[in-house]
Design a binder for this molecule. Structure first.
Ligand code: NAD
Length: 352
């Protein structure tokens, strides 16, 4: 069994990816501080995992801890070697992800997202583990670039969150350029991950203020929030609302599995950045309409001012990911709306 360290594996994207990797026979060591997640994810993953309880235990280990804790990271790598299961690769999700918060608290974002990554990468080097899949973001692209956005678009993030992602990509590139070190690196640049596992047992459970559209939509559908606020109705789009590339969380999880497989097969060092999106743009009003149709509900909404830093249209050119990884998004907007609402219905208070 191949041993993989998953940082931030209790979070939204991490937990769905863990399930995909467990099903494909990997041994997972997850480190998470639970700053934006819950240890209760373990029971959920255990019951979704088709194997026996014993094999789940043999395949999955969750450790509470911070990626900035050098001593803890060292002990994780050391223990894995002592157990004859050295960590072969890292999938690095751990980090803070609120654009708004990053603007108010930039030093925290640099410390966690960049400082934490530096600590992790140094320990990886120390233990000869040089395979990494990094969670990057489409927010790093110049917002004036025209969609579909290809990987060649200019990197010019306009907020602190995006700057920290671009900084880690830069650092990874420097490691790769040092050929003596033999790094294999994939940056997955996500567009808008949404929805939930079709069982409704795992999903997005943000702590504190909700910043993303989809969890907000779910709360309005459940009646917990009165109405959806749509930021701007005068964008240069078909219906005046912003257009984004919504990708089902399980398609994104599958992209991680394929990226990992690609890395572990690769003989030479490499550095690859791949857009992970569907290649299709959907406006906020289109998303609401599909959500209402699929779930037979009504979503009250109001229009409010545009947010600074938002763009009219953002969707991916995804050919590089599809051709390199043999990956293809299989789920559509209806699946996203159905699965996302199922998660909300079954877990109105998240994992608590
Ligand atoms: N969800 C999105 O829309 C999106 C888009 C692009 C990129 N990303 C990136 O993907 C990654 C995962 O995103 P997500 O949506 O699953 O977010 P999430 O907040 O659900 O998951 C991140 C996990 O990392 C953990 N964490 C945070 N700081 C940590 C630290 N210092 N040490 C250990 N654990 C820590 C959190 O507790 C959480 O479980 C993040 O790096 C995020 O920036 C997310």
């Amino acid at each position: 069994m191949r041993s993989i360290l998953v940082t931030g594996g209790a979070g939204f994207i991490g937990s769905h990816t863990c399930l995909e990797l467990l099903k494909n026979g990997y041994y997972l060591i997850v480190i998470d501080s639970y700053i934006n997640s819950s240890p209760k994810i373990v029971q959920r993953l255990n019951s979704l995992f088709s194997g026996s309880r014993q094999s789940f235990k043999e395949q999955f280990k969750l450790i509470k801890g911070d990626i900035r804790d050098k001593i803890l990271l060292e002990s994780i790598f050391k223990d894995a070697i002592n157990n004859k299961m050295p960590i072969e690769a890292v999938i690095h999700f751990a980090g803070l992800k609120s654009v708004e918060e990053s603007v108010f608290n930039p030093s925290l974002y640099w410390e966690v997202n960049v400082g934490g990554s530096i600590t992790l990468l140094r320990i990886m080097e120390q233990y000869n583990c040089r395979n990494i899949v990094f969670s990057s973001s489409a927010t790093i692209y110049n917002c004036n670039c025209k969609s579909p956005l290809s990987e060649e678009c200019e990197i010019k993030p306009i907020n602190t969150y995006g700057q920290t992602k671009a900084a880690v990509e830069n650092l990874l590139f420097s490691l790769y350029k040092n050929k003596r070190m033999d790094w294999r690196i994939i940056n997955l640049r996500y567009f808008n991950p949404v929805g939930a596992h079709s069982s409704g047992m795992i999903g997005e459970d943000p702590r504190g203020e909700i910043n993303n559209l989809f969890p907000y939509l779910n709360r309005v559908a459940s009646g917990a929030i009165k109405e959806l606020r749509i930021f701007g109705n005068n964008w240069p789009t078909l219906d005046g609302t912003g257009v984004r590339d919504y990708i089902h969380i399980m398609d994104l999880a599958n992209a991680h599995y394929l990226a990992l497989k690609y890395l572990l097969k690769k003989k030479n060092s490499g550095f690859l950045s791949l857009n992970i999106g569907t290649g299709k743009g959907t406006s906020v009003l289109e998303l609401i309409k599909t959500y209402e149709e699929v779930n037979s509900c009504k979503i009250p909404f109001i229009f409010v001012d545009r947010r600074p830093g938002d763009v009219a249209i953002s969707f991916a050119k995804n050919n590089l990911a599809t051709s390199t990884l043999g990956w293809k998004p299989k789920r559509d907007l209806s699946d996203i709306c159905r699965d996302g609402w199922k998660w909300e219905k079954l877990n109105p208070n998240g994992y608590t």
